[in-house]
Ligand binder design. Structure first.
Ligand SMILES: *Cc1c(COP(=O)(O)O)cnc(C)c1O
Length: 225
């Protein structure tokens, strides 16, 4: 990717985010995470030089490689993929800024135990399967509030900072919107427990996600192409 293209892609996303967030409120601030999973460290460096600072990966190995190759840049790294139990220690060692894909209470307990042993803390989001799709991970929206509270109570090494969802995989805008609204409703319920992030919206649906209340979007293909 050339510098010019990185600037153009980032500017386009920022303009769209700006228009969408102003439809919500002047005070509605949205954080953009550049998802680099199909890209190279060189492309991440290009987007960095265009102004982007936060990036996300869905595999622990890729997060490790890119964050190490780019360690001299002041980047923040988010983990957004399914975390296998045997990779938990590796992820902890990478000190991610935010682990967005805590997708079960069981995983939370396991993660907390390993954090305890390493005397570390990790900021996480609870992933919610608001599209009710079997292919997607995440907790059932009906159980989300309970699980959120249980993690707060029983996992002292996990700093729970909100919720994350992947929108319904559909051409039907109403179905996608509905899945976002389900997650937003849960987010509103956990704000009183300290939640600050409602992470939803990808390249195909981030404007809709923002108008539904998202304040963190994860954008890959629109930035890296
Ligand atoms: C890949 C991925 C994204 C980004 O998807 P794009 O459609 O390329 O923007 C966002 N969130 C998660 C969890 C992903 O795996």
């Amino acid at each position: 990717m050339e510098k010019e293209l990185a600037v153009k892609n980032l500017d386009r996303v920022i303009s769209k985010v700006e228009a969408a967030r102003l439809r919500v409120s002047e005070h509605h601030i949205v954080k953009i995470i550049g998802v680099s999973k199909y890209s190279t460290s060189k492309d991440v460096a290009m987007l960095y030089s265009a102004g982007q600072r936060a990036f996300g990966e869905n595999k622990v190995q890729d997060l490790k490689q890119k964050s190490q190759e780019l360690e001299e840049l002041p980047l923040e790294w988010h983990f957004i993929g399914r975390l296998q139990k045997n990779k938990i220690n590796n992820l902890i060692d990478l000190n991610p800024t935010l682990m967005q894909s805590l997708d079960s209470y069981e995983l939370a307990l396991e993660l907390d135990k390993k954090l305890e042993l390493k005397k570390k803390k990790m900021s996480c989001l609870l992933q919610i399967n608001s599209a009710f799709e079997e292919s997607k991970t995440g907790v059932d929206p009906k159980e989300a509030l309970d699980i959120y509270k249980k993690i707060l109570e029983n996992c002292p090494n996990i700093k729970l900072k909100g919720v994350m969802s992947i929108g319904a995989h559909s051409d039907d805008k109403e179905a996608i919107k509905n899945s976002f609204l389900i997650t937003k409703k849960i987010y509103d319920e956990v704000v009183s427990f300290g939640a600050i992030y409602c992470s939803m919206g990808m390249s195909s649906d981030y404007e809709l996600a923002i108008t539904c209340g998202s304040n963190m979007i994860r954008v890959g293909s629109s930035l890296f192409k």
